[in-house]
Design a binder for this molecule. Structure first.
Ligand SMILES: *[C@@H]1O[C@H](CO)[C@@H](O)[C@H](O)[C@H]1NC(C)=O
Ligand SMILES: *[C@@H]1O[C@H](CO)[C@@H](O)[C@H](O)[C@H]1NC(C)=O
Ligand SMILES: *[C@@H]1O[C@H](CO)[C@@H](O)[C@H](O)[C@H]1NC(C)=O
Ligand SMILES: *[C@@H]1O[C@H](CO)[C@@H](O)[C@H](O)[C@H]1NC(C)=O
Length: 434
């Protein structure tokens, strides 16, 4: 009985998805075609659209005008967890400016869980924790806005947040109004204590409540990928988590990259798959592993939300986070998520990830997930180029063109757990970079 009902529910959901796809394809096709039509022969192989399936690209998107490229900024959770206060948030805003990170796009200063008091006030409103945020969130927002940055806050589509502060389920309108009155620019909306109500019921009310405030607020869904949000969240939020929380380890980072890859066809301007915040700089991975983490997150069009203590960055961490060429791949206006296209070696641990960029270019990562140095080859057949095409190859970590004359494939020796990231641009004059 219960099983039958589940089956008929899922058939129904599939039908709805198909109908939505059909009904919206007409209106969006005009938007998509000009962006993608140039990816045809003669430079690109006829299977290009198969390798980089973009059939869902731009089909769903929230029309609040935000997230034309993935969001960039900082979030308190990965480094500070619950140990936050208004001082550390202000010092972080100051550090984003003094390090130059704000200038290159990291503009959201996002407060995660633990900012609020354990109970609502007598009028049912959320209250900032008086011990840690004695000046209130409005004053903090003013401070952050005064620096030219934006402020994000956190709540939960449940009875409580994960750290057992009041949640916003059934308080969506009050809480959205309060956030808007403080000048909030971004909401991360978590999934704890959700009373077993499906995400598809719990997340849209906050979208509508935020919209009704009239303030443009980035809406970041964090339902941990439990209900395959790529299939439905595009009309609900500007990004949706596709997985459980990341932790500061190679095992976690690689697992999450693979899980997020599955949904590549659904990302596009307006809505992004979110494999969770960066761990770069937190100490649990090597320099090479962090460089791979940052390269693959950039290529996957993931949000670039720094998760370390920006008041105390090492030179290596700053070098990774401020690589403008890698950031430009992430922020490319075409907005097509790169993906794993080829794997060789033991257990397929020599990986090629790639994605199209504007201007007839391709971003290609050679990611060595083996435990020893390896030579990794990206054949044109695998990345979607015609075999006779001649390309120039720019290394985005060495900051130089390594060849102007690669034909049929490109190879490099890559250290264990490292990833190189390249831009391939056809050298054929009539197809050169615009
Ligand atoms: C604020 O938080 C930071 C980071 O956890 C901590 O080092 C600092 O002592 C705290 N300051 C106050 C006044 O509690
Ligand atoms: C609210 O939604 C409408 C329709 O989707 C959209 O045009 C408008 O820009 C949204 N407003 C805000 C403040 O997000
Ligand atoms: C981190 O994530 C990995 C992979 O998902 C998991 O095996 C490990 O237990 C996690 N570590 C911690 C400390 O949570
Ligand atoms: C700064 O970071 C280093 C590790 O990179 C750590 O040893 C040190 O304690 C940190 N300093 C502060 C003030 O947090």
């Amino acid at each position: 009985m219960e099983k039958n009902q589940k089956q008929s529910n899922s058939v129904f959901i599939h039908l709805v998805v198909v109908l939505l796809l059909c009904s919206s394809s007409v209106s969006v096709s005009e938007r998509i075609v000009p962006l993608l039509q140039s990816y045809e022969k003669p430079i690109f192989r006829s299977n290009f659209q198969t390798i980089y399936d973009t059939s869902k690209y731009g089909v769903f998107h929230l029309s609040n005008g935000l997230a034309q490229t993935p969001q960039m900024g900082w979030n308190s959770w990965n480094f500070f967890a619950c140990n936050i206060n208004e001082t550390v948030i202000k010092e972080t805003a100051d550090a984003l400016i003094s390090t130059g990170l704000a200038d290159i796009g990291y503009v959201y200063v996002n407060i995660d869980d633990c900012w609020s008091k354990a109970t609502r006030d007598s009028k049912g409103q959320l209250v900032p924790d008086p011990k840690t945020f004695p000046s209130g969130i409005k004053a903090l927002a003013d401070y952050i806005h005064g620096k030219g940055l934006k402020i994000g806050i956190y709540s939960d589509a449940g009875a409580f947040t994960c750290q057992v502060r009041p949640g916003s389920l059934f308080h969506e309108n009050d809480d959205a109004d309060l956030f808007a009155s403080w000048g909030i620019d971004y909401l991360k909306y978590d999934n704890c204590f959700n009373l077993g109500i499906p995400p598809k019921k719990r997340y849209p009310p906050m979208r509508d409540a935020l919209n009704a405030t009239g303030r443009t607020i980035f809406y970041s869904l964090c339902e941990w990928g439990v209900d395959d949000p790529a299939l439905w969240a595009g009309t609900v939020g500007n990004s949706w988590r596709t997985t459980d929380d990341i932790n500061d380890s190679w095992a976690s980072m690689t697992t999450i990259a693979d899980l997020n890859d599955k949904w590549a066809a659904y990302a596009g301007p307006g809505g992004w798959n979110d494999p969770d915040m960066l761990e770069v700089g937190n100490g649990g991975m090597t320099y090479e592993e962090y460089r791979a983490h940052f390269s693959i997150w950039a290529l996957m069009k993931a949000p670039l939300l720094i998760g370390c203590d920006v008041r105390n960055l090492t030179a290596e961490t700053l070098e990774i986070l401020s690589n403008k060429e890698v950031i430009a791949v992430n922020q490319d206006p075409l907005g097509v998520q790169g993906r794993k296209v080829y794997a060789t070696g033991k257990d397929g641990c020599s990986e090629v990830w790639a994605g199209p960029l504007s201007g007839h270019r391709l971003a290609v990562a050679l990611w060595n997930r083996c435990s020893k140095v390896a030579t990794i080859t990206a054949p044109w057949t695998a990345v979607g180029l015609e075999s006779g095409i001649r390309v120039s190859v720019r290394d985005l970590w060495q900051h130089k063109v390594v060849t102007t004359d690669a034909v049929s494939s490109f190879s490099a020796s890559v250290n264990a757990h490292d990833s190189h990231l390249y831009i391939l641009a056809p050298a054929t004059p009539s197809y050169s970079v615009q």
